[in-house]
Write a protein that binds this ligand. Structure first.
Ligand SMILES: [Zn+2]
Length: 262
């Protein structure tokens, strides 16, 4: 319908989910996690980090579902507002037939939102600027759209008496359709039902990640050896776990840290 206005409910969709993939750069140096005066070896520290990162991403994706819901609710409001405006235009045209114009059906379109169809049309303008083109919302079922023949005429309510290419128009039969008949509206309502479930599941799934990380820490943490008071320059001590290591050792055999790294 929105001939001039950039409105919702047309052939296109309003948002698209883009799946985000993130890679973990494997070359990152893992240091032992230090908890008070205890440490966790690098292998377990890596596991804990992975579990925490997984938990954080689940939370973020869970919250993202609610962000999408927010935008869908804006979209739903827009669809409702548009509908009210077009119903008013049709009622106005029913009271004053000068607001009814004949237009030509120019094409049929399919919108997979709710498996609905729409058609495109043209109405002659009054300022010789060519035709005003528009489309209906995706409200028609297959059976309904088959009754519209390309090239045939049908009636539209228009917002102005002097029609330009910017004038808004709506198919007169739109008044017989409910909001629920709009494919995009129905699709958004479905989204509003599914997204919170997905969001909550993701938030709940993040909990085991953190619980598991904490269990791993509790089970495997070992006390750091205090070498602060050992005044012996002939010995080398790991700066993370405090245990004595070979002077030329590349990795600490206790906590697993890379000793060649500064
Ligand atoms: Zn160490």
């Amino acid at each position: 319908m929105p001939s001039g206005s950039g409105s919702s409910g047309c052939g296109g969709s309003h948002f698209s989910h883009s799946s985000t993939s993130h890679g973990y750069s494997g070359s990152r140096v893992v240091r032992p996690i230090i908890i008070g005066n205890c440490y966790l070896n690098t292998k377990d520290s890596q596991k804990v980090n992975d579990q925490r990162v997984g938990g954080v991403f689940l939370i973020m994706f869970g919250l993202f579902m609610f962000l999408i819901m927010f935008f869908i609710s804006l979209d739903l409001n827009k669809i409702k507002e548009d509908r009210d405006r077009y119903i008013n235009m049709i009622q106005n045209a029913n009271n004053d037939s000068r607001y009814i114009r004949e237009g030509t059906i120019t094409g049929i379109g399919y919108n997979d939102n709710g498996d609905k169809y729409y058609y495109t049309y043209m109405i002659d303008t009054d300022n010789n600027s060519g035709s005003l083109s528009g489309y209906t919302y995706s409200i028609y079922t297959k059976e309904q759209i088959d009754t519209f023949v390309i090239g045939s005429k049908t009636y539209f309510a228009v917002e102005d008496l002097y029609i330009t290419q910017e004038s808004d128009s709506v198919n007169m039969d739109y008044i017989y359709f409910d909001l629920e008949d709009d494919g995009e509206y129905a699709n958004n309502i479905t989204g509003m039902k599914i997204l919170p479930i997905i969001g909550i599941i993701m938030l709940l799934c993040s909990i085991p990640c953190f619980v598991s990380a904490n269990k791993l820490i509790k089970a495997n943490k070992k006390p750091i050896r205090d070498h602060e008071n050992i005044d012996d320059p002939t010995h080398t001590y790991c700066k993370y776990c405090g245990f004595e290591v070979e002077p030329n050792a590349k990795t600490c055999k206790y906590c697993g840290v890379d000793l060649t790294e500064k």
